[in-house]
Design a protein around this ligand. Structure first.
Ligand code: PMP
Length: 386
């Protein structure tokens, strides 16, 4: 009864099926899981040591709301040095992962009934946050344009209520890196219609191409660009809940209040560890992922699956359209009949794909792909009436 009196927006939220399928895999004896987007190694010890030291030194008190000044200075330096993105410590808010950074950004820019354009396939979080803000997610399906953004299609979705576009490159779940024509289309659209562009670049350190460009490289849209970053993926720090956002000063001055009233600050014992993380070079890890990526891609193509070559992150998004089964059914059957778990594409807005992640050990990958091969072999046999 009291439940009915709750904020109606919470009833429109969807529980993430990514975790549901990961759980299903766990409950199925012997099942191999290629579901979660989580590095399979531990946080590097240089980073862990810093946190221990901070705790031992009693660095356990309230700190500046936006994160320690030393950390924000280091982030500004890192962004300039590594990515040519010039900003100052004053523009940075250290957040509880990219998740909070996205929440703060969207809550900070959206009025009720505003519209946010989200290119899909996309990470589930954006749409759910937009709903919590009482705004509307407008999905731009990029499947037919090779997961790139078609300018005409983008323009076609803009209304007088459009407030922002969310970009994610490299993309979860496809691994696609947005090309210059996509980025330019967004730039023009943002300039013409005064839109915010929220750049979720959390996989930026995991790119396997030389032709990567971030939207943040455009200097003429800096007054409307918010960069969202995370420590989770490049440094295997998913459980630390650390990330940051960088916004134009006048926008950040309001966003910092949203952040303050949600979490006050990120944990004080993690400030130096996060600083140390930026000195850690994830190159070794990246080459491990690069090898696994080549292996998985070759295997999937040999199986005759249509799969776009991912240029970043650690996901692949093969099409299952030819089997004529929706993605949730496909994944459920694959768990039951072949002992392999993947994530249904429907979780990302595309029902004729599945998402496989390759941040798993070589042994798990080989076993998983063997099982996939025999499962689709059986499906093909059945389709052929065998
Ligand atoms: N954005 C994307 C595209 C992601 O894939 C994830 C995590 N899976 C996040 C944001 C959230 O990252 P964090 O752990 O920093 O909250």
């Amino acid at each position: 009864m009291m439940r009915e009196r709750m904020n109606q927006a919470v009833f429109s939220l969807k529980r993430s099926a990514i975790r549901e399928f990961a759980r299903l895999a766990k409950e199925t004896p012997g099942c191999v899981s290629l579901t979660l987007g989580e590095p399979d190694f531990d946080t590097p010890s240089v980073i862990r040591e810093q946190a221990k030291e901070s705790l031992d030194k009693g660095e356990t008190h309230y700190i500046e709301n936006n994160g320690s000044f030393a950390l924000r200075e280091r982030i500004a330096h890192f962004e300039m040095e590594k990515h040519g993105f010039s900003c100052t410590a004053e523009q940075i808010i250290v957040t509880a992962g990219a998740t909070e950074a996205l929440y703060v950004s969207l809550l900070g820019v959206l009025n009720p009934d505003d519209e946010v354009i989200i290119p899909t396939p996309a990470f589930v979080l954006y749409e759910e946050i937009v709903k919590l803000c009482r705004a509307k997610a407008v999905l731009l399906d990029t499947t037919s344009s090779g997961f790139q953004i078609d300018e005409g299609a983008l323009e076609g979705l803009v209304t007088e209520r459009t407030k922002a576009i969310v970009l994610n490159s490299p993309n979860n779940p496809t691994g696609t890196v947005l090309n210059e024509s996509s980025l330019d289309a967004v730039r023009r659209c943002a300039l013409d219609h005064d839109l915010f562009v929220i750049c979720d670049d959390v996989y930026r350190e995991l790119v396997y191409t030389d032709s990567y460009h971030s939207f943040t490289e455009f200097t003429d849209v800096r007054d409307r660009t918010i960069l969202v970053q995370s420590y989770s993926k490049p440094y295997a720090m998913t459980g630390w809940r650390m990330g940051y956002l960088i916004a134009p000063l006048d926008i950040k001055e309001r966003l910092e209040l949203v952040h303050q009233f949600i979490v006050v600050s990120t944990p004080s014992p993690f400030q130096k560890a996060a600083l140390a993380a930026l000195d850690f070079d994830p190159q070794e890890l990246k080459s491990t992922y690069a090898k696994r990526r080549t292996y998985m891609l070759e295997r999937l193509r040999k199986m005759g699956l249509e799969v776009p070559e991912p240029q970043g992150a650690f996901y692949m998004f093969p099409s299952i359209r030819k089997f004529g089964i929706d993605s949730a059914r496909f994944c459920r059957r694959m768990i039951n009949e072949a002992g392999l778990a993947a994530t249904p594409g429907v979780c990302f807005g595309s029902d004729d794909h599945i998402r496989l992640t390759y941040c798993y050990s070589d042994i798990a990958l080989k076993e998983g792909l063997d099982r996939l091969e025999s499962f689709i072999g059986k499906l093909e046999n059945r389709m052929a009436g065998g």
